[in-house]
Design a protein around this ligand. Structure first.
Ligand code: C2E
Ligand code: MG
Ligand code: MG
Length: 590
C-alpha cells in the first residue's frame, strides 16, 4: 500500500479549510489542518506533508514568515508551498516568492484551479524526488569508486604490498606528528634488468613476489613495507633509536638474499643494496627522507652488490659533484674534448700486431687526460654515452680508413659499445651512416659489447648482432665472465671474439684456483669456435701461461698502454706494411 499524499493546510480560519477539503474531496489526498504558523512549524516533523497550502494573513506568524522558516529547516526545505491569498494581498506576492513560495492561489479559491495547481505542484515534487534519488545513487557510486581507486592507488598490484603513495602518506603522517623514531630503508635489487632479460617478465614478476614474501618477516608492529617501483622496495621502520639498534636489522634484511629464490623451477640468486635515512627534525616532506635514503642506496651500489649505507649530508655533496660532472660532460661533447686512444692487440704466439682497441679519453681543459672509468658510468645513466659513443665510433672509423689507405688492410679496430648504445633504436642506421661516410672495409671493424648489453634483452640483441654480422662487422664479448652468466645464450649469438676480463688475467700468478678460471674461459671460448683475447696482460708469467693455453690474442701494458693515433702511426711506419710486430721485450711504445 502506498502512503497517501498528504497536504497540510495552514489557515487561521477553519472555514477556509472546510472549503478546501470540499473542493479536493474527490481526490485521494490526506488533508491535515493546523490553525497557526507556530503550530504548523511544530507539527512538520510528524506530519511530514508532501505539499503545504499556506494562508498569507494570519494573526501570530503571517504566511510569509512561516514560509521563510520552513525554507530554513533543512529536512523540510524542499516541501512545495502554495500561498493562498486574498485579491487584496496581491501586492504581497513578490514577498511570498521572495520568502521561497512556489506558487499561489487567489481567494476565493476555485475547485478547478486548486486541483490543477496542487496536481502540477505534486508532479514537480515527484520529479524532484526522482532526481534526488538518482543523485543520491550517483553520489554513492562515486564514493564507492573513489574508495576502490584509493585501494588501487594504495596497493601494489603485483606484490599486494602497500604502494609508494601509501608509504608517502604514512611518512607524511609521521612528519606531521613530529615522530623522531623512524627509519626509511630503501632497498634496490642488484642487476635485476639482467634477470628480466635472461628469464623474461613472467619469471621476474614471480621473483618480485617471492622477494616481497621474504622481506615481510622483517616487519615489526607498526612498520610498513612498500614496493616503490620495478625492483625497489622500501621499509618504513618504527621505534628506531639510532644506528646501533638498526644496523642488525638491516643486515638481517640483506641476509634474506643469501639463499636463492626458487621461482618457476629455477634457483635464482640475487643480491640487493640498501640505503637508510633516519628520522631528522629537518625533514618536512616525505620526499626528503625518501630521497636521502635513495642517495644512500646509490652510494651503497657504488660499494658493490649486497652493501648498505646510512645517509649522511656529505652524500648530498657527492650528488652535487655528480650533477656538476654531468653538465661538464655535456659541455665536453660540445667542445669536442673527447679523444680516442688506441691500445694494440697482439697475436700471442707471434707478437704480430693484429688490431687496436679504441678507448675514449677526456681531454679536460684543467684536469688533463681523464680515463673513461670516471665518466662512462655516469654517461651511461644519463644517456650521454649515446652521442659520445657515436663520436668515438666515427673517429675510430676515420682512423681505420687512414690505416687501410696506407695499406694496413688486415688491421682491425675495436670500438666499445655501451649497453645504452646497444639498446638505442637508431644504432644500425647510425652505423650504416658512418660506414657510408668513412668508406672503411667493415670486415676490419669490431664492436665490443658486454654480457649485460646482450642479457638486457636477449631476443632483440640476437637480431642486432645478426644485422651487424650481415654487414661483415665483427663482434666481441667484452669483460667476459664478469656479467651475469650468459653461457646458455652464447651459442645463439654469432659473435667472433671473447675477451677475458683483466680481473681473471690478473689472478694467473696469484692463486691457483682463480687461474683455473682463465683456463676454463679460454677453453670454453675455443670450444665455441671463438677467438679468445686476454685483456690486461702485465707480466711475462701471465703471457707464458696464456701462450700455453693457446689463447690466441692479448692486450695489456706488457705490450703497450693505450696511445694516441700518432704514436701508433710511428710504430706502424717502422714496420713493413701489414706486418708489424710488437714484442714485449721491445716495450718501446709504453
Ligand atoms: P675495456 O673495454 O675492457 O678496456 C680495457 C681497459 O683496460 C682499458 O681501460 C685499458 O686501458 C685497460 N687496460 C689495458 N691493458 C691493461 C693492463 O695491462 N693493465 C691495466 N691495469 N689496465 C689495462 P680504459 O681505457 O680506462 O677503459 C675502461 C673501460 O671504459 C673500458 O674497458 C670500456 O668498458 C670503457 N670504455 C673505454 N672507451 C670507451 C668507449 O669509447 N665507449 C664505451 N662505451 N666504453 C668505453
Ligand atoms: Mg673493450
Ligand atoms: Mg674489457
Amino acid at each position: 500500500m502506498m502512503k497517501p499524499i498528504s497536504i497540510l493546510v495552514i489557515d487561521d480560519d477553519p472555514n477556509n479549510f472546510d472549503v478546501i477539503e470540499t473542493l479536493l474531496d474527490d481526490q485521494d489526498y490526506q488533508l491535515q489542518y493546523v490553525s497557526s504558523g507556530v503550530a504548523a512549524i511544530e507539527s512538520l516533523d510528524y506530519l511530514n506533508p508532501d505539499l503545504i497550502l499556506l494562508d498569507v494573513m494570519m494573526p501570530d506568524l503571517d504566511g510569509i514568515e512561516v514560509c521563510q522558516r520552513i525554507r530554513a529547516m533543512p529536512e523540510h526545505a524542499a516541501i512545495p508551498i502554495i500561498m493562498v491569498t486574498a485579491l487584496s494581498e496581491k501586492q504581497d506576492l513578490a514577498r511570498c516568492f521572495g520568502a521561497g513560495a512556489n506558487d499561489f492561489i487567489s481567494k476565493p479559491v476555485s475547485g478547478l484551479e486548486l486541483t490543477a495547481r496542487v496536481r502540477s505542484m505534486l508532479l514537480l515534487r515527484e520529479q524532484y524526488q526522482q532526481l534526488e534519488a538518482i543523485n543520491t545513487h550517483l553520489e554513492a557510486k562515486v564514493l564507492e569508486r573513489t574508495a576502490q581507486l584509493q585501494a588501487i592507488i594504495l596497493q601494489d598490484d603485483l606484490t599486494r604490498l602497500p604502494s609508494r603513495v601509501c608509504l608517502t602518506q604514512n611518512l607524511a603522517d609521521l612528519l606531521r606528528a613530529k615522530a623522531a623514531d623512524f627509519a626509511v630503508v630503501y632497498l634496490d635489487c642488484d642487476q635485476f634488468k639482467l634477470i628480466n632479460g635472461s628469464f623474461g617478465y613472467a619469471v621476474s614478476n614471480q621473483l618480485l613476489i617471492a622477494i616481497a614474501e621474504r622481506l615481510k618477516p622483517h616487519l615489526a608492529a607498526g612498520d610498513l613495507l612498500a614496493r616503490l617501483s620495478g625492483n625497489e622496495f622500501c621499509f618504513l621502520l618504527r621505534q628506531i633509536d639510532g644506528v646501533p639498534s638498526l644496523e642488525p636489522r638491516v643486515q638481517g634484511i640483506l641476509k634474506s638474499f643469501d639463499t636463492p629464490f626458487a621461482v618457476a623451477g629455477i634457483d635464482i640468486f640475487i643480491t640487493a643494496c640498501v640505503g637508510i635515512a633516519l628520522a631528522n627534525s629537518a625533514y618536512q616532506y616525505p620526499e626528503q627522507p625518501l630521497q636521502d635514503a635513495s642517495i644512500a642506496m646509490y652510494q651503497a651500489k657504488q660499494q658493490g652488490a649486497g652493501s648498505y649505507q646510512f645517509f649522511c649530508p656529505e652524500m648530498h655533496q657527492t650528488m652535487v659533484q655528480r650533477l656538476a660532472l654531468e653538465s661538464d660532460l655535456k659541455r665536453a661533447l660540445e667542445r669536442q674534448e673527447f679523444v680516442v686512444y688506441y691500445q694494440p692487440i697482439v697475436r700471442l704466439k707471434t707478437f704480430a700486431l693484429v688490431g687496436l682497441e679504441a678507448l675514449v679519453r677526456w681531454q679536460h681543459p684543467e684536469r688533463g687526460l681523464i680515463a673513461p672509468g670516471e665518466f662512462i658510468p655516469l654517461m651511461e645513466t644519463t644517456g650521454l654515452v649515446v652521442p659520445v659513443g657515436l663520436l668515438i665510433l666515427r673517429q675510430a672509423c676515420q682512423q681505420l680508413y687512414r690505416w687501410q689507405q696506407q695499406g694496413w688492410s688486415e688491421l682491425t679496430v675495436s670500438v666499445n659499445l655501451s649497453v645504452r648504445q646497444f639498446a638505442c633504436s637508431t644504432l644500425l642506421d647510425d652505423i650504416d651512416q658512418i660506414l657510408a661516410e668513412t668508406q672503411i672495409n667493415p670486415a676490419r671493424l669490431k664492436l665490443e659489447i658486454t654480457e649485460s648489453a646482450i642479457m638486457d634483452n636477449a631476443e632483440t640483441a640476437i637480431g642486432i648482432v645478426e644485422a651487424l654480422r650481415s654487414r661483415q662487422i665483427q663482434i666481441s664479448i667484452d669483460d667476459f665472465g664478469t656479467g651475469y652468466s650468459s653461457l646458455g645464450y652464447l651459442h645463439r649469438f654469432s659473435v667472433n671474439d671473447l675477451k677475458v676480463d683483466r680481473s681473471f688475467t690478473n689472478q694467473i700468478q696469484v692463486s691457483e684456483s682463480k687461474y683455473k678460471v682463465v683456463d676454463t674461459i679460454v677453453t670454453l671460448g675455443q670450444q665455441l669456435g671463438l677467438t679468445v683475447t686476454a685483456e690486461g696482460i702485465e707480466t711475462e708469467p701471465q703471457l707464458r701461461r696464456l701462450q700455453q693455453l693457446n689463447c690466441e690474442l692479448g692486450q695489456g701494458y706488457l705490450f703497450s698502454k693505450p696511445l694516441p693515433a700518432a704514436d701508433i702511426d710511428t710504430h706502424l711506419q717502422s714496420n713493413p706494411v701489414n706486418n708489424a710486430l710488437l714484442k714485449p721485450a721491445g716495450m718501446t711504445l709504453a
